[in-house]
Ligand binder design. Structure first.
Ligand code: SAM
Ligand code: SF4
Length: 328
């Protein structure tokens, strides 16, 4: 198992399949994009599968979430999903994606074994979508959402980040849109992980503000089920069964129940989004290390995990890698 010094165990693996993206969300990366990882640094499909196999067979991982960058840009995604679904015990498999181009691939992904999707959508207005993502793909995302629902990849979750002065008036419209379509909405507080290092605590739209906005239009009551290691706190909307979640990493940190471990597209294990150190698995893998050696390195990474992310500590500094290069 991937246990740490604070009694947590990591069973949820986030695998980044690329640092590239076809959108340019203003809160994530600059308009011109970033210096992408060189191709030789990237794990190939078989290397990704080999490391997921170590995690599932030897380290107790039960959930695998593919992310990026934009994971749909990875040509081998279906092959990687199918290989993950063939592992025993079979982990639950999900995808965090911007949804662009999802409709075209949903058949193949569902056949490969994908269980669920989380799609990012920060606005229900096409003009704002263009402003936030710097691309005109709003309809494409709506098609991806509908396709995921039609293929039974549910619950279809939507991740939304609210930005002050940009879309902070959309908590209610986003929830109405999700209720109407049967999607599960989760708001994410903006985190200091953007490539431009422009995060400003004073500008962040907080969980409290989001709940205030929602409270004006809906009745919210905390859900009865235990939160466990889920990052989102959830509320029943108008008595349920629909729910809305808020992931308040900054104002209500949930580090003490964190069960995540991360593998970057270039083969580095991170024990936290905000970690300042990484454990290289690509080098040992390419040098011929066996599964137990790789598992030992991964366990070492987990053991060294800090108690918390430290965003609210006086000396906090943002990690060198930005969100799109870590895998959110
Ligand atoms: N491209 C995919 C997507 O957008 O869903 C997967 C990667 S993206 C980094 C994963 C999630 O991180 C998205 O929901 C996105 O909105 C969120 N995100 C990106 N930068 C963020 C930031 N600085 N703070 C909070 N969430 C962020
Ligand atoms: Fe791309 Fe996702 Fe970052 Fe937007 S949030 S630029 S879709 S990686």
């Amino acid at each position: 198992m991937l246990v740490d010094r604070f009694g947590r165990s990591a069973t949820d693996l986030r695998v980044s399949l690329t640092d590239r993206c076809n959108l340019r969300c203003t809160y994530c990366m600059p308009e011109e994009g970033l210096d992408w990882m060189p191709g030789t640094d990237l794990l190939d499909d078989d290397e990704v599968i080999a490391l997921i196999t170590v995690a599932v067979h030897r380290l107790g991982v039960t959930e695998v979430r593919f992310t990026g960058g934009e994971p749909l840009l990875r040509r081998g995604l279906e092959k990687i999903v199918a290989a993950t679904a063939a592992l025993s015990p079979r982990p639950r498999i999900s995808l965090t994606s911007n949804g662009v181009g999802l409709a075209r691939r949903i058949d193949a992904l569902a056949t490969a074994g994908l269980d669920r999707v989380n799609i990012s959508l920060d606005t229900v207005r096409a003009d704002r979508y263009r402003m936030i993502t710097r691309r005109d793909r709003f309809d494409d995302v709506l098609a991806g959402l509908a396709a995921a629902k039609a293929h039974g990849l549910g619950p279809v979750k939507i991740n939304a980040v609210l930005l002050r002065g940009v879309n902070d008036d959309e908590a209610v419209p986003l929830l109405r849109f999700c209720l109407e379509h049967g999607y599960q909405l989760r708001f994410i507080e903006q985190m200091p992980l953007d490539a431009q290092h422009s995060w400003d605590r004073a500008q962040m739209v907080t969980a409290a503000e989001i709940l205030d906005s929602l409270g004006a239009a809906f009745t919210l009551a905390p859900t009865a089920d235990p939160r466990g290691s889920a990052p989102a706190e959830r509320w029943l909307v108008n008595g349920g069964p629909a729910t809305v979640g808020v992931i308040a990493s900054t104002t209500r940190p949930f580090c003490d129940t964190c069960d995540r471990t991360r593998l970057t597209a270039d083969g580095q294990v991170r024990n936290c989004l905000f970690s300042r150190t990484e454990t290289d698995l690509r080098g040992p893998l390419r040098a011929g290390a066996d599964e137990e050696t790789l598992a030992g390195l991964w366990r070492g990474s987990a053991w060294a995990k800090a108690a918390g992310h430290g965003i609210n500590d006086a000396g906090f500094t943002q990690p060198g890698r930005s969100m799109s290069a870590i895998g959110g």
